[in-house]
Design a protein around this ligand. Sequence first.
Ligand code: PLP
Length: 427
Amino acid sequence: MTKSLKPATLCVRAGYVPRNGEPVEPPIVQSTTFKYDSSDDMARLFDLEAVGYFYTRLQNPTNDAVAAKIAALEGGVGAVLTSSGQAANFFAMLNICEAGSHIVSSSEIYGGTFNLFGVTLKKMGISCTFVHPDASDEELRAAFRPNTRALFGETITNPGCAVLDIERFARIAHEQGVPLIVDNTFATPINCRPFEWGADIVTHSTTKYMDGMASQVGGCVVDSGNFPWDQYADKYPGLTTPDASYHGLTYTKAFGKMGYTTKLVTHLMRDLGSIPSPQNAYLLNLGLQTLHLRMRQHCLNAQRIAEFLASCDKVAWVHYSGLPTDAYYERAKKYLPNGSCGVIAFGLKGDRQTAVTWMDSLRLINIATHVADARTCVLHPASHTHRQLSDEQLRDAGVPADLIRLSVGIEDVDDLLDDIRQALEKV
Ligand code: PLP
């Protein structure tokens, strides 16, 4: 029923349909476990022969309702909520990789994901080659190896605000016989649905716009159901050959398009955990109900502020794909025709201290290690998240020392502009 509904309707209603006399809000099923009448009833669940809940680390009705809403918004066949965005990207990879595997990733991604792929996965025997997202097709192809299992990128990069050429990335991933995984946190399915451009799997930090109120940390992995795992069976034995820990069941055969999602739940969640609490899933759902309204306002406000910054003498540069002068303006018209997000990257003329003085002079806008929230906030990576790096190391990491990440919220834009202006007068 949800497939034909528009995104705004899906935000409000998808994932949960109350029956006669039931609550309109999905109830918080804050229970670790579920009771059955007979031993046989429960045994059938463990054998995956019957559908039902038995333990919240695997599945929970509140979490499932919210995951189903996100799957509907992205146009996927299945989704799994995770305890954080980090867990979502980790599980999306680990579901199809093992020691000895290799992945290719855009180098312009969130620092936490960069570290996960470059350091932590490496310690587990999974290596990663980083390639600039605007590298040529040849350079991108050259990064692939026989043991490559996935290509990864972010729709809009954090913190640089570059826009990914999803269609090109998908084409090259498919040529190489691997899926494209896209972190769609900043665009959200309101502004871009990567499956429509060929991506196979989408991940989210739901901590960001989907929640929008800074009230819970969470993540989500969504599967399009489109990648032909069986065609590349030798690369993905975890999905395409019998799983001894599930009585010899083969995920793609037993669950078809739901094979990837089912494996993520029954294998990774079973063995590693990382589920959100049902309470957090409930809070996330409150945020999702207004996602379409908030994204529109984030984009309107950010556009006004980006235009102001671009016209200001004290500003050295601005990256926001809604500006006609931006390197990603044309690409954003294709992938983000209704707006990108509220995040702007810019630099002030001066040095690191100029950015600090400007931020310390703000009265309304928060200094916060957060982004994509209803409250406008600001972060200077060189002083905060990346403060151990020299200017040269910052440049190598694609984060110039003067980069300020301004996450524009949904307050009245004139109040935000007043605050930005009065702080600029102090530098
Ligand atoms: N992906 C992106 C694009 C992010 O910006 C972040 C966090 O900022 C993450 C993933 C990680 O998400 P979380 O903080 O929910 O673990």
